[in-house]
Ligand binder design. Structure first.
Ligand SMILES: *Cc1c(COP(=O)(O)O)cnc(C)c1O
Length: 396
């Protein structure tokens, strides 16, 4: 019998204290303005290079207007889970338009990208089945795989030979699934989905890609990674998020009609958690309208990212091997990255330091998220500040 007298949750306080000691405690900044190219934090205006607001849609007047109009027509809440009474004409219209936009047979919307993964993996594999998973997959894929109770076999990051090796070595299975991020969020590299797709087809293995950072970014006018590689109809499941480039919040799964129908029957976050709210669904619909009407924002995003990357490289910074608007500024040790981020903040740039365990030891960095919201002069200003801090800290 325990003789301890301290409260039974005292261990949590000890854990929190040790996180703080190790410099691993998340200090969360509070934004007191719309999410945009510039944000207000602690009364200070800062150039924002942290958000996943790739296209600047989070504060777009057309989208705000659409959300307000929808509230006037439909109210705010969906009222129930989708299968009971929470499916509104807005949700159906959003799914139809997303499927069209992505050139997919069908689409289902969920509350977030995270729940889209949780809905999908356990619906297609279970006990006795096998999942081949990239070692750097997002936490929501990892959790979805665990939830499925299938055996998880990891393969080396973006390594198709290693994928083939683990497939060959895994001889006992029921159903099989390959799952990968589309764009890896810490390095900005892109999965070789065309080659992975060939392997999946050669072995008759289901293929799922989580394109959270490619949605609205990759492909023609932001149609995503399947469009980028021209793999329409060949990737079984494409998960996406409406919380990043789309500027709102929500998740989606696109693919064959049968798979989407199945998720409506078996996706647990679909069956047991309420639908996207009215303003969210309406805002996402308007985001699809904007993306479908012009590639201007997506083009500007890529132009801004190219300008930023070129400027950083010319100054002598190491920007890793990103192929997307995510630009890691490689610094090495975590304390240097944290110091760099604090100095940027003091100079008027909001950009996050990322260290272990999110990235490997010795690979700490500032992760720069470019956006179509930035003007050219915003980027020039940011480059000047990066240059100043880089020289001051002996990085360049
Ligand atoms: C951000 C992200 C998610 C989560 O998306 P939310 O809509 O924020 O829940 C899922 N998967 C990947 C790969 C992501 O980068």
């Amino acid at each position: 019998m325990s003789t301890k007298t301290e409260p039974k949750t005292a261990w949590i306080e000890e854990e929190l204290a040790s996180l703080k000691e190790a410099g691993l405690f998340n200090v969360i900044r509070t934004i007191a303005s719309p999410m945009d190219a510039w944000v207000t934090i602690e009364g200070k205006r800062l150039l924002n290079f942290c958000a996943n607001n790739y296209l600047g849609l989070a504060n777009d007047p057309r989208i705000k207007e659409a959300a307000k109009r929808a509230i006037d027509t439909y109210g705010v809440g969906p009222g129930a889970v989708r299968t009971i009474a929470g499916t509104m004409s807005l949700h159906i219209e959003l799914e139809k338009r997303l499927a069209e936009f992505k050139r997919a047979e069908a689409c289902i919307s969920l509350q977030s990208g995270f729940t889209a993964n949780l809905a999908t993996v356990p619906a297609v594999v279970g006990k006795g089945d096998v999942i081949f998973s990239d070692e750097l997959n997002h936490a929501s894929i990892i959790d979805a795989c665990r939830l499925s109770r299938a055996q998880v076999v990891r393969y080396r990051h973006n390594d198709v030979d290693d994928l083939q090796r683990v497939i060959a070595e895994t001889t006992e299975y029921g159903r099989r699934l390959i799952v990968t991020d589309g764009v890896f969020s810490m390095d900005g590299d892109v999965a070789p989905l065309d080659k992975i797709c060939d392997v999946a087809e050669a072995h008759g293995i289901m293929l799922m890609v989580d394109d959270a950072h490619g949605e609205g970014v990759l492909g023609e006018g932001g149609r995503g990674i399947v469009d980028h590689f021209g793999l329409h109809g060949r990737v079984d499941i494409e998960v996406g998020t409406l919380s990043k480039a789309f500027g709102v919040v929500g998740g989606l799964v696109a693919g064959k009609q049968a798979i989407i129908d199945w998720l409506r029957q078996r996706g647990r976050p679909f069956l047991f958690s309420s639908a996207m709210t009215v303003p969210d669904a309406a805002a996402c619909l308007e985001a699809v309208n904007i993306l479908q009407s012009s590639t201007e924002l997506v083009d500007r995003l890529w132009a801004n990212a190219a300008l930023f990357r070129k400027g950083m490289e010319e100054m002598g910074f190491d920007t890793g091997h990103s192929e997307t608007p995510i630009v890691p500024v490689m610094l090495g040790e975590a304390p240097l990255a944290q110091q760099f981020s604090r100095r940027l903040f003091a100079e008027g740039v909001f950009a996050m330091a990322i260290g272990y365990p999110t990235v490997p030891q010795g690979k700490a960095r500032i992760r720069v998220m470019n956006s179509a919201a930035h003007s050219e002069s915003d980027i020039q200003q940011a480059l000047a500040i990066f240059g100043k801090v880089g020289k001051e800290l002996g990085v360049i």
